[in-house]
Design a protein around this ligand. Structure first.
Ligand code: XMP
Length: 527
């Protein structure tokens, strides 16, 4: 029996076969308005099925199912009656496990490829053109479909490029429908979800808001709640959502950790408070953070300290609020955070990838945390959060703000953090932001970290004299979800203007350099 109306109680599970594709597939499923979650291939079948999946998608992965140590999955998954889609490596694994043949043909297909539909294209490709351009990246090929399957597409090199067994609701394709280079890729995913698995597109901003409001009310009751507000999109939308659920039971705490950019505090205190009507208390904790960070250069250590001091600051603010309430005041035990799904996955806290870095609000939390967390965005991607923000009436300037990490300028100073270095970086960052805005580029780029290489100095010349200053790195990137990114090709004139202004007005800086690395292999932030 097929299930309808999936939500987080019956997710579409994307099994991560070890490469970079699972995140993107999970997002594409959400774009089709169906709830999805990522699980690792090491999870056993029993656990996977206990999650009550509405459907399963097996992602792409390493190049050969024959490679030593190649990831595999428990074959019981295929006979559980759950609709399954295998993509690329997942397709080959499916073929091999169910008795088909995967050949080490030795011919690689990579990049744009022409696929030809067969037999009307079956469930996945119904109604799409007989020939379409698709994105391939594989070495091995399926040479024989398993018994009971019909072949629905082929390419010149790959006679079995897609197949299906509609009775068992099992589907597979060799190419990557999740990448935009595959024409009709999203359509194929939707056909699998709606027709193959019989799911309804009910995961929408309104439905997420309704579900979360109900959940927050149930969790909190009449209690008071505080929210760590950073001024960024995530915490602003989280606060708006909680505010909608419980109104004035919510107080936002804006911690000025001394690692903010120029003008940021004022923007939060003035613009956000005015437009949302949410109570906001600002606490100046810059001394606390700078003292705790003194002498620390190692990035993970910095992140841990910042995470810990955030919590200590919230605890202090909480005590102050309780004291202010006098006799009637009781302890506030709920803390709202704007944690997103990629934060959870990248911190190794989801069930997906390895620990790449401890996001300050996930892996960076201290163990003796005294708060019960409310994280209404924990399952969401950034674009979903923006959509929810708009639906909640959060002002567009905030919803479209570029991401800025919670640990702030602290992770953009490479080396020890000092007040002087913060001042240098703040001045350079302000100039870069002003020029990007003046050039109308804010919506074209995802974000542009400005980084101070505080431990590096090099010789320059200015006026008649020799200088021995620090380099500033500009890191403009374009991205869909920050999981992968490319460096933005900013106009030279804009770069020149930023560089001139910084080197002329920030005396400690004598070079401005551009980071032209994609992610991977780089990350967006330097730290
Ligand atoms: P990376 O450097 O991992 O960054 O490519 C991906 C995105 O996440 C942001 N980022 C953070 N955001 N807390 C946050 O709220 C953090 O600790 C954090 N670290 C990175 C980064 O700015 C980029 O948008």
């Amino acid at each position: 029996m097929l299930k309808n109306n999936p939500d987080s109680s019956s997710p579409v599970l994307v099994i991560d076969m070890g490469a970079q594709y699972a995140q993107l597939i999970a997002r594409r499923v959400r774009e089709a308005h169906v709830y999805s979650e990522i699980v690792p291939h090491t999870m056993d079948a029993e656990k996977i099925l206990a999650k009550n999946p509405a459907a399963i998608i097996i992602s792409g992965g390493p190049s050969s199912v024959y490679a030593q140590g190649a990831p595999s999955i428990d074959s019981a998954i295929f006979s559980a009656g759950v609709p399954i889609l295998g993509i690329c490596y997942g397709f080959q694994l499916m073929a091999r496990t169910l008795g088909g043949q995967v050949g080490r043909t030795g011919t690689r297909e990579y990049g744009h490829t022409q696929a030809k539909l067969q037999d009307g294209g079956g469930c996945l490709f119904a109604g799409t053109p007989l020939e379409q351009t698709v994105w391939m990246s594989h070495g091995d090929s399926v040479i024989k479909a398993p018994e009971g399957f019909k072949v629905t597409a082929a390419t010149e090199q790959t006679p079995v490029a897609a197949f299906e067994d509609s009775t068992r609701h099992l589907y597979g394709l060799q190419w990557h429908p999740e990448v935009l280079h595959s024409q009709y890729g999203q359509r194929a995913l939707e056909h699998f979800l709606y027709n193959g698995a019989g799911l309804q597109p009910t995961w929408t901003a309104d439905s997420i808001i309704d579900t979360q409001i109900e959940k927050i009310r149930r969790q909190v009751g009449n209690a008071r709640v505080i929210c760590g507000l950073s001024g960024g999109v995530d915490s602003s939308v989280a606060a708006a959502l909680v505010h909608k659920a419980i109104g004035d039971q919510l107080t936002c705490i804006f911690v000025d950790h001394g690692l903010l950019r120029a003008g940021e505090r004022e923007q939060v205190e003035r613009d956000y408070a005015a437009s949302t009507g949410i109570k906001i208390v600002t606490v100046d904790e810059s001394e606390r953070f700078l003292t705790a960070l003194a002498g620390v250069s190692e990035p993970e250590a910095k992140r841990k300290i910042i995470g810990r001091e955030f919590i200590r600051s919230f605890e202090a603010a909480q005590r102050a609020l309780v004291k202010e309430a006098g006799e009637s005041g009781e302890e506030i035990k709920f803390l709202v955070q704007g944690t997103l799904y990629p934060d959870v996955v990248e911190s190794g806290g989801g069930e997906g990838a390895a620990n790449i870095k401890s996001h300050h609000n996930v892996g960076g939390l201290p163990e003796d945390l005294n708060f019960e967390l409310i994280e209404p965005l924990r399952t969401l991607f950034k674009d979903e959060v923006r959509e929810i923000g708009l639906a909640l009436g959060v002002p567009e300037q905030i919803v479209w703000r570029q991401p800025f990490p919670g640990p702030g300028l602290g992770i953009r100073i490479i080396g020890e953090i000092t007040a002087k270095r913060l001042e240098i970086l703040r001045a350079a960052d302000k100039i870069a932001r002003e020029e990007l805005t003046a050039a109308g580029l804010d919506r074209d780029i995802w974000q542009c970290p400005v980084v101070l290489l505080a431990d590096v100095r090099s010789v320059g010349v200015q006026g008649d004299g020799r200088t021995y200053g620090h380099p500033i790195v500009l890191r403009p990137v374009s991205s869909e979800d920050a999981m992968t990114a490319d460096w933005s090709r900013l106009p030279y004139e804009v770069l020149a203007k930023i560089s001139n202004r910084i080197t002329n007005s920030v005396p400690e800086v004598n070079r401005v350099v551009l980071d032209c690395t994609s992610k991977p292999p780089g990350t967006i932030e330097w730290e």
